[in-house]
Design a protein around this ligand. Structure first.
Ligand code: AQP
Length: 355
């Protein structure tokens, strides 16, 4: 009996300027994982339609996320970088998962509740079914690991539920075709066609909060630009935003426990730790007892030092649209071949006739 080879998949929506939360919570992890496993990184343009259906610049935003991947150090030759809509098997598998998943599962998603707001009846069906497409993105490659920020944890649990239900519903047909793969789920060894994917979440930057309100996550859709550091911000803007970041009047504590109930201080320490590849403990060992008037300039210098090269490289790559489009085309072809192999199995498992 075979077992799953480690494979990393993750995606980012082309819904606006990338920010420090996307960078530290996701993209920096994407870069780190490429030395350990095969990786597939996707600009999830179909997902972005749930946020905004009519775009004037979806093409450019897709290229911008691609440029951010490449500028951060993702190698598109060793790994796969593409935009989701090129590989139609994502949408095909999402339809099948719409029939596997239950409406109640979708209704419980906090992101759906937040984004739909009070007028749920008027939210698009796509917004409700978003996690089903996300499960398809991951499972069409039978990916085993998914690096994401903490806000995506619930969606990944749903991906696991969908995989498990598919494996159970079709267990007889999977076994009859010899397509079962043995895997460890908790203490149990089980067989199934889809892996029960592991989230890769954690570290000091798993949830970067708004610079204006430590109880809200840093987000592209926050109307205040001061709430986030965009990857394309220049050095002055980064420094100004950190200087204006909300804090409290106390000095930094020497122990992590002292950050409890100080969300803004906790957030800035997490950002420093994420940028410097340190733990919060190490940051506090250096800055404990110091006022924000000392810590903020040090954080601003560090942010400029780490982000300016990425922004510069992004601009250089963005200027060469032929290159960016070539990366996406090549990645799409390679991803499409892998996805089609899965879909041939899935169609056979379900009983959908094919040649
Ligand atoms: N604040 C954050 N802290 C850590 N990680 C974050 N991510 C997003 N915000 C934070 C992670 O970035 C990856 C890509 O995100 P996405 O664009 O696909 O989706 P999103 O979560 O909807 O991003 P935004 O910026 O928060 O957009 P809006 O404003 O539309 O809600 C994901 O891995 C995500 O976890």
């Amino acid at each position: 009996m075979s077992s799953f080879k480690p494979l990393v998949f993750s995606g980012v929506q082309p819904t606006g300027n990338l920010h420090l939360g996307n960078y530290l919570g996701a993209i920096k992890k994407f870069v780190a994982l490429q030395d350990q496993s095969d990786c597939i990184y996707c600009v999830v343009d179909l997902h972005s339609l749930t946020a905004q259906l009519v775009h004037d610049d979806l093409e450019d935003q897709t290229r911008q996320i691609t440029a951010a991947f490449l500028a951060s150090g993702i190698d598109p030759m060793k790994h796969i970088v593409f935009n989701q809509s090129r590989v139609m098997q994502h949408a095909e598998l999402a339809w099948i998962f719409n029939c596997v998943a239950r409406i109640g599962w979708m209704n419980r998603m906090t992101q759906f509740k937040d984004k739909a707001g009070k007028d749920r009846e008027n939210a698009s069906l796509g917004l409700l079914a978003y996690p089903s497409l996300m499960a398809a993105d991951i499972l069409v490659y039978r990916a085993t690991h998914v690096p994401v920020g903490e806000d995506q944890k619930q969606h990944l649990e749903l991906t696991r539920d969908i995989a498990q239900k598919f494996n159970n519903d079709f267990s007889g047909r999977i076994a009859a075709r010899g397509l079962g793969v043995e895997m460890q789920v908790g203490e149990e060894t089980v067989q199934g066609y889809f892996p029960i994917t592991e989230p890769v979440i954690g570290g000091p930057a798993a949830r970067i909060m708004s610079l204006r309100d430590g109880s809200k996550k840093m987000s592209k859709s926050d109307p205040s630009d001061l709430s986030r550091i965009n990857l394309t911000d220049d050095a002055d803007t980064i420094s100004k935003k950190i200087k204006k970041a909300k804090t409290d009047p106390d000095a930094l504590p020497s122990e992590v426990k002292g950050l409890e109930s100080r969300p803004e201080a906790d957030n800035l320490v997490g950002i420093y730790a994420g940028l410097a590849d340190m733990t919060a403990e190490q940051v506090l060992a250096e800055f404990g007892g110091r006022q924000f008037s000392v810590f903020k300039p040090a954080l601003a210098d560090l942010a400029v030092e780490k982000l300016a090269p990425v922004a510069g490289e992004m601009r250089r790559i963005m200027a060469d649209t032929t290159y960016v489009d070539g990366v996406l085309r090549d990645g799409g072809e390679r991803a499409g071949a892998l996805a089609e192999a899965t879909m041939r199995d899935v169609r056979s498992i379900i009983g959908l006739l094919q040649d």
